[in-house]
Design a protein around this ligand. Structure first.
Ligand SMILES: [Fe+2]
Length: 321
C-alpha cells in the first residue's frame, strides 16, 4: 500500500501519538497555500477516495487541517464525497439535525465530560466511521480525546488476564433506564420518547426489540432496557487482528441510570473497573480543535469522548456505515 500522497502534505498536531508504528491522528494538510479552498479539497478527496479510506483504517484517525471548511454545508459535501451510506443515530445524546447528513455532536451541558465510547456500541448496527467538523473551537477545554481501543484490551490482559478472558467468554449484561419525557423531575438525558423516536409504547417496544433490547416499563412512566450478553472485546476484519475494547463497561458501571454486570448478573469488582478507567485515560490522545478541522475516526478502532468546555463550542457530526 502506498502511504504517501502528492495531494496532501502530512502535518503534525500537538498531542499526536505514535501507537504501534502509526501516528494518531494522521494530519493531512493542503500541499500548497493556493489549494485550501473547499472546491480543491473536494476534488482532492474524490481523486484519493480509496487511499484516504485506507489511511483511516491504518491510522484509526485522520485530521484534515488548514482547509477553508466553513459550515455544515461544506462539511456535508465532504461527507457525501466518499459515498458511504448514512446511519441513523440511536442513543442517549441530544442531537439536532443541521443540514442533510450533518447533526450537532452532543448538546449535553458543556460542563460535563462525555465518557469514552465507541459510537453506538450497544446498537446492532453501529457506524464504521465517524466524521467530526469543528465550526467554533472552544476557548478552553472541549477536546475530543480518543483512545486506541486495542491498547485497552492489551493492558487489561496484562493486569487481569483470567478475569478479562472469563468476561470475554461469558459477555456483559447492561441495563439502561430512560425516563419519560413527561417526567419533569428527570435529571438529564432524553426520555424514551426521544430515544426511540416515538411516543407510542408498543412502537417503542418494537423498535427496542429490533435493536436487540429487552424492555421493562417502570411505575414512573420510564423504561428499563436490558441488553446482553454482549461481547467485551471484538476483532474486526482488516484491523491487524486487534482485540478492540468494544464495550461500555466503565461508562455504564454503577451509574444512577445504568449498570454493567457479568452475564449472570453478578457485579464486576470496583477495583477492576477503576483500573480500566485509569488505563483508558492513560492511553488517550488529546489534540486541540482548530476552526475548520475535519476529523475522521475509525469507530471500530477508537473510543472517543468530550472534555468539559467553556462556551462557545460547536462541533458537528456525521455517521457512516
Ligand atoms: Fe460519540
Amino acid at each position: 500500500m502506498e502511504y504517501s500522497c502528492k495531494d496532501f502534505k502530512v502535518g503534525k498536531c500537538e498531542g499526536e501519538k505514535l501507537v504501534d508504528g502509526e501516528t494518531m491522528p494522521l494530519v493531512l494538510q493542503p500541499p500548497e497555500q493556493g489549494k485550501r479552498d473547499i472546491e480543491s479539497l473536494l476534488v482532492t478527496l474524490k481523486d484519493n477516495k480509496e487511499w484516504f479510506e485506507k489511511m483511516i483504517i491504518k491510522n484509526s484517525a485522520v485530521l484534515l487541517r488548514g482547509y477553508d471548511v466553513k459550515d455544515a454545508v461544506d462539511f456535508n459535501e465532504i461527507v457525501e464525497t466518499f459515498g458511504w451510506d448514512d446511519i441513523r443515530y440511536v442513543g442517549p445524546a441530544p442531537r439536532t439535525h443541521i443540514h442533510k447528513r450533518v447533526w450537532t455532536a452532543n448538546e449535553g451541558p458543556l460542563s460535563e465530560f462525555i465518557y469514552y465510547h465507541h459510537e453506538m456500541v450497544l446498537i446492532k448496527e453501529f457506524p464504521k466511521k465517524l466524521m467530526l467538523f469543528c465550526e467554533v473551537p472552544p476557548p478552553e477545554g472541549g477536546e475530543t480525546p480518543f483512545v486506541p481501543s486495542f491498547r485497552v484490551t492489551e493492558r487489561m490482559l496484562e493486569e487481569f488476564p483470567d478475569f478479562v478472558e472469563k468476561l470475554d467468554a461469558e459477555g456483559l449484561k447492561y441495563t439502561f433506564t430512560a425516563l419519560s419525557n413527561d417526567d419533569t423531575a428527570s435529571m438529564r438525558g432524553r426520555g424514551w420518547q426521544d430515544a426511540f423516536g416515538t411516543s407510542d409504547r408498543a412502537e417503542a417496544e418494537k423498535r427496542a426489540q429490533a435493536l436487540g433490547m429487552d424492555f421493562e416499563w417502570l411505575p414512573n412512566g420510564g423504561v428499563k432496557t436490558i441488553l446482553g450478553p454482549r461481547s467485551l472485546t471484538r476483532v474486526f476484519e482488516g484491523r491487524k487482528g486487534r482485540r478492540m475494547w468494544f464495550n461500555t463497561l466503565v461508562g455504564m458501571h454503577g451509574k444512577a441510570l445504568s449498570s454493567a454486570m457479568m452475564a449472570d448478573g453478578s457485579e464486576i469488582p470496583d477495583d477492576i473497573v477503576k483500573r480500566c478507567e485509569e488505563i483508558i485515560e492513560e492511553e488517550s490522545i488529546q489534540f486541540k480543535w482548530e476552526k475548520g478541522d475535519v476529523l475522521f475516526f475509525d469507530n471500530l478502532a477508537l473510543l472517543h469522548g468530550r472534555r468539559p468546555s467553556l462556551p462557545p463550542r460547536r462541533v458537528l457530526v456525521a455517521t457512516c456505515k
